[in-house]
Write a protein that binds this ligand. Structure first.
Ligand SMILES: [Zn+2]
Ligand SMILES: [Zn+2]
Length: 243
């Protein structure tokens, strides 16, 4: 063990002693041995992972191998596929709420472990966060998609590029019906050509759009559409949860 990691472990144990870590789901104290920092093994078992039998297009769970789900039979997306780590319910939903509304950056290492648990394989790709309007980003102080990208990039060794910007403010998608969601985000995004040129993102690179939740796919589609129109040939989506 290196000197640096001994110090880091000692520091963590000291912090655990001062501020004992508790489970986000049930509030029980977490021992030194727990693999996750803020999720106990019992609560972890409640998470419905999506690692097999999912729709190859939209990532919906419980679809027979190889088949697309009923929804995807009726529509097409500009991205090749969406991969979600787990079903948006219970503790999985709580993780996202904590990250988004309570500045839960401390959950990022656990989100990294969740990606591993869901057998995420990113391959050689550029991670692109779904942007927030500057006003909402300013109010919240951060963009959760950027945080997720940053952490996954460290684990999987990918590049992160803020390739898109939001050119108009939109209502929150939460609480809107399917049709209103598609209308709400249409034409809300554009490719930031300055960033693309500066970071030398070639159009043949595989792009993976990253967001927290996939509901109807309206936001992902609005983002993917502008990337495809700009000449990017391979666009995929990655989300923490599938609603
Ligand atoms: Zn728990
Ligand atoms: Zn589907």
């Amino acid at each position: 063990m290196s000197g640096k990691s001994i110090f880091r472990d000692a520091g963590r144990h000291f912090l655990d002693f001062l501020f004992p870590r508790t489970c986000l789901g049930c509030g029980s104290a977490l021992g030194k041995k727990s693999t996750y920092c803020y999720i106990c093994p019992d609560c972890l078992r409640e998470i419905e992972w999506i690692h097999n039998h999912f729709c190859p297009r939209c990532g919906a769970p419980d679809v027979e191998n190889g088949d697309v789900c009923d929804e995807c039979e009726k529509k097409t997306f500009s991205f090749r596929r969406n991969r979600s780590l787990y079903v948006y319910s219970g503790l999985g939903r709580q993780v996202i709420h904590e990250l988004k509304y309570r500045n839960g950056r401390h959950l990022l290492p656990d989100i990294g472990r969740m990606a591993n648990e869901a057998r995420l394989d990113l391959g050689n790709t550029v991670l692109v966060p779904v942007p927030l309007h500057w006003w909402r980003r300013w109010l919240r102080g951060f963009n959760q998609s950027e945080l997720i990208c940053g952490h996954l990039a460290k684990i999987y060794g990918c590049k992160v590029c803020p390739l898109l910007c939001r050119n108009r403010h939109t209502r929150r998608q939460f609480g809107l019906g399917a049709r209103a969601r598609w209308r709400n985000v249409g034409n809300a995004f554009q490719v930031n050509e300055r960033v693309r040129a500066k970071m030398k993102i070639a159009k043949n690179f595989k792009i993976t759009l990253v967001d927290d939740i996939f509901t109807t796919g309206a936001t992902m589609e609005a983002c993917a559409k502008v990337l495809v129109a700009a000449g990017f040939g391979h666009v995929e989506a990655l989300t923490l949860a599938r609603a």
